[in-house]
Design a protein around this ligand. Structure first.
Ligand code: PMP
Length: 355
């Protein structure tokens, strides 16, 4: 069957993304999208970019986008590398900074793509189990000798737990000879960014996305922050594959999103309030709910399996995420939706867990 496939992909195990349903309308709480629309200024910017100019290639340097992100994070544009969603930025980081000789350190459990990339790019993974309460075993990360790089999702996925800045600093101190990559896809919902450490550590890369707190999953924009030297490494990978990964519409929309601070603040506050409200209600219903600093909750119920709840919710038109993996098989990851959506979720879970 696979005789025409290259060796690289014959044994590849690709990432399986959460379902994006077509047809039937679901309450969609399975892929951590923002329940609110992007800023109206984004829509305006994308519309005005959607004209005659589309016959031209986009700016490969993404100058406007780099400037907007640089301003936001207090760095120079030379310290920003935009890409087609943070997944692409992460994939470029794995290629630019990691070698096969020494294993790449990341948690077990964390964002599944890290293991997919290590496999696909012929690297080795060194996965350290999360502590009993799902917090990051910082001490063990610091003591791990001779690793070829470190990757930390902060807050972590799918648990939502976050790590203090001081702990990130300790990891950076202990692993000064390799790149430490901090994936901050969810940091705007209550975590603390490591962007302030960029001035001190030239081995730090912070990866961000506009898919979550800026409500732009459909536009596909993310970026890395790092020293100009590391950013040049990323440009080298990108320009060897495709210089134009962020299209004209995405560049225009992303700039508008990053510049509309007031709208961003209002929406993120809303998501956090709904998360806290939902957390309380689920606890009152007997669920164990991990403290979350993300736009999702990681929950389990003492009397129902994760799979039973997943299927029960689906029947009622609600999609959530369940991972068929040891240790977390009884958990659900539930994205924070609107208040109405969370009302529907709570009502459905109540019915599924009573009796
Ligand atoms: N990092 C983490 C931890 C995530 O959960 C996700 C979303 N699935 C991403 C990165 C990728 O997000 P995007 O490609 O939409 O920027």
């Amino acid at each position: 069957m696979k005789e025409y496939w290259s060796r690289r992909i014959r044994d590849a195990v690709p990432y399986v993304p959460g379902e994006q349903p077509k047809g039937r309308t679901f309450i969609k709480l399975n892929t951590n999208e923002n329940p609110y629309p992007p800023s109206p200024k984004v829509v305006e910017a994308v519309k005005s970019a959607a004209g005659e100019g589309l016959r031209l290639y986009p700016d490969p340097e993404c100058a406007g986008l780099r400037a907007a992100a640089a301003k936001l994070h207090g760095v120079t544009p030379e310290q920003v590398f935009p890409g087609n969603g943070s997944d692409e930025v992460l994939a470029f980081c794995f290629q630019a900074f990691f070698d096969p000789e020494r294993p790449i350190l990341f948690a077990d459990i964390t964002y599944t793509f890290y293991a997919v990339y290590t496999d696909y790019f012929g690297l080795k993974a060194w996965q350290i189990p999360l502590d009993e309460d799902f917090s990051l075993p910082v001490e063990r990360f610091c003591k791990a000798e001779n690793c070829g790089g470190v990757v930390i999702a902060n807050p972590n996925a799918p648990t939502g737990r976050s790590v203090d800045l001081e702990d990130i600093r300790r990891v950076l101190e202990e692993h000064r000879d390799v790149v430490v990559l901090v994936d901050e896809a969810y940091v705007d919902f209550g975590g603390v960014s490591a962007d302030t450490l960029l001035k001190e550590y030239d081995n730090l890369v912070v990866v961000r996305t506009l898919s979550k707190s800026r409500a732009l999953a459909g536009l596909r924009v993310g970026y890395a922050l790092g020293s100009p030297n590391l950013i040049s490494g990323l440009c080298c990978v990108r320009d060897s594959i495709n210089s134009y990964t962020v299209d004209r519409l995405a560049q225009a929309g992303a700039v508008a999103a990053l510049e509309d601070g007031p709208y961003f603040e209002e929406m993120r506050e809303r998501v956090i309030r709904t998360r806290e409200r939902t957390e309380e209600r689920l606890r009152a219903m007997g669920f164990a709910v991990l403290e979350s600093k993300a736009n999702f909750l990681f929950v389990s119920h003492p009397k129902r399996t994760g799979k039973a709840l997943l299927d029960g919710l689906r029947e009622q038109g609600i999609l959530v995420r369940w991972f068929d993996r040891p240790r977390i098989g009884n958990y659900l990851r539930i994205s924070v939706g609107t208040d109405d959506e969370m009302d529907a979720l709570c009502a459905a879970l109540k019915a599924l867990t009573e009796g």
